[in-house]
Design a protein around this ligand. Structure first.
Ligand code: NAD
Length: 311
């Protein structure tokens, strides 16, 4: 990877990924793009709506990139509110980005999600290859997207790679409307009010990961020796399997008076219950050395420190 274009660059992942890529590959070699304007320009940036195939193609060509990292999407909870729009953006944007990669011979990365699993998927230690019958529009998009990325590799030889992310926890850009957003909000509320009301019920386990591990995983996978990759797309990766009370327990080690209440949102709870409790990341570990550095306690310490400084 020498010159990289990132779509959806102002989102929860993109905002930190662009900064990390610029540190690693040089500011001029990372082109941020999004549908909205970037505040405080710190490097090359272009307005690109990924549903506009011609615009995406011309920006990629003009900047002479060799890699596209496609992040623009509508996340699980938001997608359930406007399913047709989610289809248009999640599938339309993806196929446009894949076409640009095919036409310009680019390396390609896009994330799938634990949302690609469904209620009939084995819930514990969910295998890399398993039943995928999701019941959300987001999940339908993610499964179709995983298959489409494989298709572009087998049919056209496009170097597509990807992971299935769990819920990502970060302190720079707020999450964009996913089911695991509570696991970010809980830290902001712990600092501000020492209390949090969770929309996800007690004892609901989902996979999670701290953003630094999520960003390292992208670079590690994209730099991996292709001859070692038996899979290409949709590698299961996870760091933490946790329920709301596990976050509360970790936070209480630093803020003993912290309290957790529940006011369950039936919509998001239903999505959460359709997802695994914990997924098996062993294929990613074997094929490209994935290993998360943060567990719930080390992540909690760092989140609280970073948010206290930013207050
Ligand atoms: P986000 O919602 O925070 O950001 C998405 C970005 O896309 C936003 O900046 C938005 O302005 C931009 N966007 C929206 N419509 C666009 C369009 N038509 N053209 C161009 N840009 C557009 O999302 P994120 O959390 O950064 O997620 C990025 C990717 O990672 C998505 O594919 C998502 O499904 C996946 N993922 C995220 C998580 C997570 O916890 N954040 C977990 C699993 C998978």
């Amino acid at each position: 990877m020498k010159k990289i274009l990132v779509t959806g660059a102002l989102g929860q992942i993109g905002s930190e990924l662009v900064a990390k890529l610029r540190e690693t590959y040089g500011t001029a070699n990372v082109i941020g793009t999004d549908i909205k304007e970037m505040a405080g320009n710190t490097g090359p940036f272009e307005i690109v709506d990924v549903t506009d195939a011609d615009r995406l193609f011309s920006v990629a060509k003009e900047h002479n990139v060799d890699t596209i990292m496609h992040l623009a999407a509508l996340l699980s909870a938001k997608a359930e509110e406007i399913p047709k729009k989610a289809w248009d953006l999640n599938m339309g944007g993806l196929v446009n980005a894949l076409e640009v990669a095919r036409e310009l011979d680019l390396k390609f990365f896009t994330p799938s999600s634990i949302g690609a699993f469904g209620p009939t998927t084995p819930k514990d230690n969910t295998p890399q290859e398993t039943i995928q019958r999701p019941t959300t529009m987001y999940g339908v998009n993610k499964v179709a997207g995983e298959l489409l990325c494989d298709y572009y590799y087998y049919r056209y030889g496009v170097d597509t790679r990807g992971v299935r992310y769990p819920g990502l926890i970060s302190h720079v850009t707020p999450p964009g409307g996913g089911t695991t957003d509570y696991a970010v909000e809980i830290y902001y509320e712990a600092i501000k009010h020492k209390t949090y009301t969770s929309y996800i019920a007690e004892n609901t386990y989902m996979d999670m990961m701290y953003m630094p591990d999520a960003l390292n995983a992208i670079i590690q996978l994209m730099e991996a020796d292709p001859s070692k990759l038996k899979h290409r797309n949709a590698f299961n990766i996870s760091a933490i399997s946790a329920a709301p009370e596990d976050f509360a327990k970790a936070i209480k080690k630093h803020i003993p008076e912290f309290s957790l209440q529940y006011d369950v949102d039936p919509g998001r709870q239903k999505i959460a219950e359709s997802w695994p409790n914990s997924i098996d990341s062993s294929a990613a570990t074997e094929e490209w050395g994935f290993k998360a550095a943060y567990d719930i306690d080390t992540m909690t310490k760092d989140m609280l420190e970073k948010l206290s400084v930013a207050k």
